[in-house]
Design a protein around this ligand. Sequence first.
Ligand code: HEC
Length: 137
Amino acid sequence: MQKTWFLMIIGIGLGACVQSREPSADLPDSKRLFAENCVACHGRKGQGDGKMAQHLFMPPPDLTALSANNGGVFPRNYVVSTMDGFARGEHFSGAMPEFGDKLKGRMVIMQTGEGVGTPTPAPLVALADYLESIQIK
Ligand code: HEC
């Protein structure tokens, strides 16, 4: 009996952690996250002209052109794994730090394909949403 209760509590706890992603799901303030973690290199508008940019051995790319460089489709999975540091390609220079450890938090389900959702830390989802919102047409 005690064991059942224990499992139920764990279940409820997990359920609360992995919330499904409603449009109203309150994500952390993405503008602030971007300002605190990305602007130094990528610039206030994400165009690659941050203060630190000139000191890097690799220029930070223009983050407003991610969709344009990807046939008009926002490369959400690529963006999240680049921030996270997970599954970065061999070509990636390492001039950008990995944020997987720093930007942890509540997990939310992020749509990563047709009907496919992946539990992703809320700060990374918020930043991906933010980047998607600043794409040039
Ligand atoms: C220390 C400087 C620095 C910081 C801080 C930084 N980046 Fe980067 N970022 C880079 C550099 C340099 C590259 C290109 C690296 C390469 O291609 O080898 C890059 C690449 C990227 C790319 C891939 C762009 C493309 O066109 O392929 C994305 C997406 C990105 N950064 C997002 C972010 C986000 C979001 C943040 C904040 C959470 C951030 N970066 C913080 C320097 C930085």
